[in-house]
Design a protein around this ligand. Structure first.
Ligand SMILES: Nc1ncnc2c1ncn2[C@@H]1O[C@H](COP(=O)(O)OP(=O)(O)OP(=O)(O)O)[C@@H](O)[C@H]1O
Ligand SMILES: [Mg+2]
Length: 348
């Protein structure tokens, strides 16, 4: 049965840190275009001072991320999010401070990063997989699955310089997810995928989270991240402005009172739980009637919101087996409903 993302167990407080970022500083040169006059004055003054200014894209940022946490890195354009992910993944070095990571990292940070334009999709799969720590044999074994997931089809033997941004993303995501990373870093790039592919990626990301892997995701889609993540860190001009509950981080981004997003989300979830429970009550009645009538005809039951393949498996079960599943689902949703009602009352 597919897990509701909110039903994932909370991260244990004694889960070990897998990312430790300590007083991280990244400095870039801010290049100004100077007029001839300014350059001349600078020359005759004996080249005193610098024509270019430096600024800190990250200004001494610290954060520890524990195994299994799902962290949203939020902030306005230019606040330092991508720089942070690049430093965590090791593609960029800090000017000061340190980053320590534990476990295999897969990063989807820039469209096309890690891909060689003149090589075909096929060669790039091997190149990328090798960068992510897989042997040729391991890649051979997973190759067909990777290509199937990407849905690239015959384009796999085309040089990737002819790929669209979405095609790059498809192949990069497919490789990254199949290397079974312990830490998964995702920058905005999922946004270039079409809707069916985004859904497919999200399902994979949820599965990854359900198996206890760590996720750090950058996105401007605040509704989406607050559904996936349990923690949110808001960066502002290279500093941490907020670090806490993901839904509260969304409130900070939207400049609204803390708790607003959570309240709306809980109300929506409560409504959905009510509707599901109604359907399940009908299912339960039909199943009990069929069982007591001794009918061997299987009764169709619907569990709203579960994966298609699970529904197919459910269809194949006998009525008593289905009743057991329906009962446990009713039990789970009743508990969830009670929890949501309590949380909503808390905000009133
Ligand atoms: N290689 C670079 N050279 C110079 N400046 C850079 C470089 N990379 C980033 N910067 C600057 O660092 C700051 C932070 O950039 P970064 O890409 O981390 O922002 P971001 O939070 O990811 O923004 P966005 O939401 O637009 O993706 C920006 O001012 C940007 O211009
Ligand atoms: Mg960015």
């Amino acid at each position: 049965m597919e897990l509701d993302i909110f039903d994932l167990p909370p991260v244990s407080p004694d889960a070990p840190d897998v990312i430790r970022v300590d007083h991280l500083v990244k400095r870039f040169v801010l290049r100004h275009t100077r007029s001839m006059k300014e350059a001349f004055i600078w020359l005759i003054k004996g080249r005193k001072g610098d024509l270019s200014e430096k600024f800190n894209a990250l200004n001494g940022v610290s954060m520890n991320i524990r195994e299994g946490e799902r962290v949203a890195l939020l902030g306005y354009n230019g606040s330092g999010k991508s720089t942070m992910l690049k430093l965590i993944s090791g593609v960029m070095q800090p000017d000061d401070g340190s980053v320590l990571t534990r476990g295999r990292i897969a990063g989807l940070i820039e469209v096309g990063a890690g891909f060689h334009p003149d090589l075909t999709g096929r060669d790039n799969v091997y190149l990328n997989a090798a960068i992510l720590g897989m042997s040729k044999e391991q890649t051979d074994a997973l190759f067909d699955e990777i290509v199937a997931f990407s849905e690239i089809g015959d384009f796999i033997d085309t040089e990737v310089k002819f790929y669209s941004s979405g095609m790059y993303l498809r192949l990069a995501f497919a490789v990254a997810i199949h290397t079974d990373p312990e830490i998964f870093l995702v920058d905005e790039i999922l946004a270039v995928g079409d809707e069916p592919f985004q859904k497919k990626c999200l399902k994979k990301i949820k599965e990854l989270c359900a198996s206890g892997k760590t996720l750090v995701v950058v996105s401007h889609d605040l509704d989406l991240v607050s559904q996936i993540c349990d923690r949110g860190i808001v960066l502002e001009k290279g500093n941490v402005r907020f670090d806490g509950d993901a839904m509260e981080a969304v409130d900070v981004m939207r400049d609204q009172p803390l708790g607003t997003t959570k309240k709306h989300r809980n109300e929506g979830d409560l409504l959905a739980a009510h509707q599901k429970l109604e359907t399940l009550a009908n299912n339960k009645r039909d199943l009990e009637a069929a069982i007591s009538a001794g009918s061997s005809e299987p009764v169709a039951v619907a569990l709203l919101g579960i994966a298609e393949e699970t529904q197919a498996e459910l269809d194949a079960l006998s009525n008593p087996e289905k009743l057991e599943i329906v009962n446990s689902e009713i039990d789970r949703l009743t508990k969830k409903k009670a929890r949501l009602e309590k949380e909503i009352a808390h905000y009133q």
